[in-house]
Design a protein around this ligand. Structure first.
Ligand SMILES: Cc1cc2nc3c(=O)[nH]c(=O)nc-3n(C[C@H](O)[C@H](O)[C@H](O)COP(=O)(O)O)c2cc1C
Length: 213
Protein backbone atom coordinates (compact mmCIF):
# COMPACT_ATOMS: atom_id res chain seq x y z
CA UNK A 1 0.00 0.00 0.00
CA UNK A 2 1.21 3.53 -0.63
CA UNK A 3 1.68 6.16 2.08
CA UNK A 4 -1.69 7.85 1.54
CA UNK A 5 -3.60 4.58 1.67
CA UNK A 6 -1.62 3.57 4.76
CA UNK A 7 -2.49 6.69 6.71
CA UNK A 8 -6.12 6.72 5.56
CA UNK A 9 -6.74 3.09 6.52
CA UNK A 10 -4.85 3.07 9.86
CA UNK A 11 -7.14 2.46 12.83
CA UNK A 12 -6.57 2.14 16.55
CA UNK A 13 -6.43 -1.60 17.23
CA UNK A 14 -7.15 -2.76 20.77
CA UNK A 15 -7.62 -6.52 20.27
CA UNK A 16 -4.63 -8.68 19.40
CA UNK A 17 -3.92 -12.26 18.40
CA UNK A 18 -1.72 -14.32 20.70
CA UNK A 19 1.22 -14.23 18.26
CA UNK A 20 4.57 -12.58 19.05
CA UNK A 21 5.83 -9.87 16.69
CA UNK A 22 9.21 -10.68 15.13
CA UNK A 23 12.11 -8.37 15.79
CA UNK A 24 12.43 -7.50 12.15
CA UNK A 25 9.02 -5.81 12.21
CA UNK A 26 9.62 -4.13 15.56
CA UNK A 27 12.91 -2.89 14.12
CA UNK A 28 11.12 -1.28 11.18
CA UNK A 29 8.73 0.42 13.58
CA UNK A 30 11.63 1.77 15.63
CA UNK A 31 13.35 2.99 12.45
CA UNK A 32 10.15 4.77 11.43
CA UNK A 33 10.10 6.47 14.83
CA UNK A 34 13.74 7.48 14.49
CA UNK A 35 12.99 9.05 11.09
CA UNK A 36 10.36 11.44 12.49
CA UNK A 37 10.80 15.18 12.14
CA UNK A 38 11.88 17.01 15.29
CA UNK A 39 12.64 20.60 16.24
CA UNK A 40 16.25 21.49 15.45
CA UNK A 41 16.85 17.81 14.66
CA UNK A 42 17.71 17.41 18.35
CA UNK A 43 16.29 13.85 18.46
CA UNK A 44 15.90 14.22 22.20
CA UNK A 45 13.78 11.14 22.60
CA UNK A 46 14.14 7.55 23.75
CA UNK A 47 12.03 4.48 22.92
CA UNK A 48 11.67 1.63 25.43
CA UNK A 49 10.53 -1.67 23.92
CA UNK A 50 8.61 -3.76 26.45
CA UNK A 51 7.96 -7.42 25.66
CA UNK A 52 7.95 -8.87 29.19
CA UNK A 53 4.42 -9.95 30.16
CA UNK A 54 4.73 -8.89 33.83
CA UNK A 55 5.88 -5.43 32.82
CA UNK A 56 3.09 -5.14 30.23
CA UNK A 57 0.59 -6.03 32.96
CA UNK A 58 1.98 -3.32 35.20
CA UNK A 59 1.95 -0.81 32.33
CA UNK A 60 -1.71 -1.64 31.64
CA UNK A 61 -2.46 -1.07 35.33
CA UNK A 62 -0.54 2.19 35.25
CA UNK A 63 -2.63 3.15 32.21
CA UNK A 64 -5.67 3.51 34.43
CA UNK A 65 -6.51 -0.18 34.10
CA UNK A 66 -6.63 -0.40 30.32
CA UNK A 67 -6.23 -4.17 30.58
CA UNK A 68 -6.75 -4.72 26.85
CA UNK A 69 -3.12 -3.53 26.53
CA UNK A 70 -1.79 -6.75 28.09
CA UNK A 71 -2.79 -8.75 25.01
CA UNK A 72 -0.53 -6.60 22.83
CA UNK A 73 2.76 -8.56 22.69
CA UNK A 74 4.80 -5.40 22.37
CA UNK A 75 4.59 -2.00 24.02
CA UNK A 76 6.82 0.86 22.95
CA UNK A 77 7.12 3.70 25.42
CA UNK A 78 8.14 6.98 23.78
CA UNK A 79 9.97 9.37 26.06
CA UNK A 80 10.95 13.00 25.69
CA UNK A 81 14.10 14.54 27.11
CA UNK A 82 12.69 18.08 27.44
CA UNK A 83 15.85 19.64 28.88
CA UNK A 84 17.57 19.73 25.48
CA UNK A 85 14.54 21.44 23.91
CA UNK A 86 14.48 23.94 26.79
CA UNK A 87 18.20 24.69 26.41
CA UNK A 88 17.74 25.42 22.70
CA UNK A 89 14.28 26.97 22.54
CA UNK A 90 13.28 28.00 26.08
CA UNK A 91 9.77 27.40 27.35
CA UNK A 92 8.35 26.85 23.86
CA UNK A 93 10.91 24.08 23.32
CA UNK A 94 10.20 22.44 26.67
CA UNK A 95 6.41 22.69 26.65
CA UNK A 96 5.69 22.33 22.95
CA UNK A 97 8.50 21.03 20.74
CA UNK A 98 9.54 18.17 23.04
CA UNK A 99 5.93 16.97 23.05
CA UNK A 100 5.34 17.48 19.34
CA UNK A 101 8.54 15.54 18.54
CA UNK A 102 7.17 12.50 20.35
CA UNK A 103 3.78 12.84 18.68
CA UNK A 104 5.50 12.70 15.27
CA UNK A 105 7.39 9.57 16.40
CA UNK A 106 4.17 7.94 17.53
CA UNK A 107 2.31 8.49 14.27
CA UNK A 108 5.30 7.25 12.25
CA UNK A 109 5.40 4.11 14.40
CA UNK A 110 1.68 3.46 14.05
CA UNK A 111 1.90 3.82 10.28
CA UNK A 112 4.93 1.51 10.10
CA UNK A 113 3.01 -1.06 12.13
CA UNK A 114 -0.03 -0.81 9.86
CA UNK A 115 2.09 -1.00 6.70
CA UNK A 116 3.47 -4.33 7.94
CA UNK A 117 0.07 -5.86 8.67
CA UNK A 118 0.26 -5.11 12.38
CA UNK A 119 -2.13 -3.10 14.50
CA UNK A 120 -1.33 -0.51 17.10
CA UNK A 121 -2.90 1.97 19.45
CA UNK A 122 -1.68 5.28 20.85
CA UNK A 123 -2.10 5.30 24.63
CA UNK A 124 -1.83 8.65 26.33
CA UNK A 125 -3.86 7.99 29.46
CA UNK A 126 -1.38 6.69 32.02
CA UNK A 127 0.14 7.65 35.34
CA UNK A 128 3.62 8.88 34.43
CA UNK A 129 5.09 8.13 37.86
CA UNK A 130 3.74 4.58 37.83
CA UNK A 131 5.22 3.95 34.36
CA UNK A 132 8.52 5.46 35.54
CA UNK A 133 8.58 3.02 38.44
CA UNK A 134 7.91 -0.03 36.22
CA UNK A 135 10.69 0.84 33.76
CA UNK A 136 13.22 2.60 36.01
CA UNK A 137 12.97 5.84 34.05
CA UNK A 138 15.20 8.70 35.22
CA UNK A 139 13.76 12.09 36.22
CA UNK A 140 15.19 13.80 33.11
CA UNK A 141 13.12 11.69 30.73
CA UNK A 142 9.34 12.02 30.49
CA UNK A 143 7.20 9.13 29.26
CA UNK A 144 4.79 10.70 26.78
CA UNK A 145 3.12 8.01 24.74
CA UNK A 146 2.76 4.24 24.86
CA UNK A 147 2.23 2.44 21.57
CA UNK A 148 0.76 -1.05 21.73
CA UNK A 149 1.70 -3.34 18.85
CA UNK A 150 0.49 -6.76 17.74
CA UNK A 151 -1.32 -8.71 15.07
CA UNK A 152 -4.90 -7.40 14.94
CA UNK A 153 -7.78 -9.54 16.15
CA UNK A 154 -10.31 -6.97 15.01
CA UNK A 155 -10.97 -4.72 12.05
CA UNK A 156 -12.11 -1.54 13.71
CA UNK A 157 -14.67 0.54 11.89
CA UNK A 158 -13.48 4.07 11.26
CA UNK A 159 -14.81 6.38 13.95
CA UNK A 160 -16.66 9.42 12.63
CA UNK A 161 -14.22 12.02 11.35
CA UNK A 162 -15.12 15.64 10.62
CA UNK A 163 -15.52 16.56 6.96
CA UNK A 164 -12.81 18.65 5.30
CA UNK A 165 -15.20 21.58 4.95
CA UNK A 166 -15.50 21.63 8.75
CA UNK A 167 -11.78 21.89 9.39
CA UNK A 168 -10.30 23.68 6.37
CA UNK A 169 -10.37 27.44 5.86
CA UNK A 170 -8.94 29.19 2.82
CA UNK A 171 -6.54 32.10 3.32
CA UNK A 172 -8.12 33.35 6.55
CA UNK A 173 -9.89 32.22 9.71
CA UNK A 174 -13.46 30.97 9.18
CA UNK A 175 -13.30 31.26 5.36
CA UNK A 176 -14.91 27.92 4.63
CA UNK A 177 -14.94 26.12 1.29
CA UNK A 178 -18.15 24.27 0.53
CA UNK A 179 -16.60 21.29 -1.26
CA UNK A 180 -12.86 21.27 -0.62
CA UNK A 181 -12.07 18.38 -2.97
CA UNK A 182 -14.12 19.94 -5.76
CA UNK A 183 -12.48 23.33 -5.23
CA UNK A 184 -8.97 21.87 -5.23
CA UNK A 185 -9.69 19.47 -8.10
CA UNK A 186 -8.78 16.77 -5.61
CA UNK A 187 -10.35 13.80 -7.40
CA UNK A 188 -7.96 11.11 -6.10
CA UNK A 189 -8.88 11.96 -2.50
CA UNK A 190 -12.55 11.62 -3.42
CA UNK A 191 -11.98 8.26 -5.08
CA UNK A 192 -9.89 7.04 -2.14
CA UNK A 193 -12.58 8.10 0.33
CA UNK A 194 -15.28 6.31 -1.64
CA UNK A 195 -13.12 3.18 -1.80
CA UNK A 196 -12.45 3.31 1.93
CA UNK A 197 -16.16 3.72 2.62
CA UNK A 198 -16.74 0.56 0.57
CA UNK A 199 -14.05 -1.28 2.56
CA UNK A 200 -15.59 -0.11 5.82
CA UNK A 201 -18.99 -1.51 4.79
CA UNK A 202 -17.34 -4.85 3.99
CA UNK A 203 -15.53 -4.78 7.37
CA UNK A 204 -18.83 -4.03 9.13
CA UNK A 205 -20.45 -7.05 7.49
CA UNK A 206 -17.36 -9.17 8.29
CA UNK A 207 -17.46 -8.10 11.95
CA UNK A 208 -21.18 -8.93 12.14
CA UNK A 209 -20.64 -12.38 10.60
CA UNK A 210 -17.74 -13.12 12.99
CA UNK A 211 -19.95 -12.15 15.93
CA UNK A 212 -22.55 -14.69 14.81
CA UNK A 213 -20.11 -17.64 14.58
C1 LIG B 1 -3.11 11.99 22.46
C2 LIG B 1 -3.85 10.69 22.30
C3 LIG B 1 -4.13 9.93 23.42
C4 LIG B 1 -4.80 8.71 23.27
N1 LIG B 1 -4.98 7.91 24.37
C5 LIG B 1 -5.62 6.75 24.27
C6 LIG B 1 -5.75 5.88 25.39
O1 LIG B 1 -5.26 6.16 26.48
N2 LIG B 1 -6.43 4.72 25.22
C7 LIG B 1 -6.96 4.34 24.01
O2 LIG B 1 -7.56 3.26 23.95
N3 LIG B 1 -6.83 5.13 22.91
C8 LIG B 1 -6.16 6.31 23.01
N4 LIG B 1 -5.96 7.09 21.88
C9 LIG B 1 -6.47 6.63 20.56
C10 LIG B 1 -7.74 7.40 20.16
O3 LIG B 1 -8.81 6.99 20.96
C11 LIG B 1 -8.02 7.16 18.67
O4 LIG B 1 -6.93 7.59 17.90
C12 LIG B 1 -9.27 7.90 18.20
O5 LIG B 1 -10.41 7.37 18.83
C13 LIG B 1 -9.47 7.86 16.69
O6 LIG B 1 -9.50 6.52 16.23
P1 LIG B 1 -8.49 6.03 15.08
O7 LIG B 1 -7.10 6.04 15.70
O8 LIG B 1 -8.92 4.65 14.72
O9 LIG B 1 -8.58 7.00 13.96
C14 LIG B 1 -5.26 8.28 22.00
C15 LIG B 1 -4.94 9.04 20.87
C16 LIG B 1 -4.23 10.23 21.01
C17 LIG B 1 -3.83 10.99 19.77
Amino acid sequence: MDAIECLLTRRSVRKYLDIPVDWDKIGQILEAGRAAPCAGNLQNWKFIVVLDMEKRKKIAEASFHQFWMIKAPCHIVILAEPEASKRNYGMRGERLYAIQNCAAVAENMLLAAHAQGLGGCWVGAFDEEAVRAVLGIIAEARPQIIITIGYPDEKPIAPPKLKLENVVYLERWWARIKDVDEYMGNTSAKVMRTMNRGKEIIDKIDNKLRGKQ
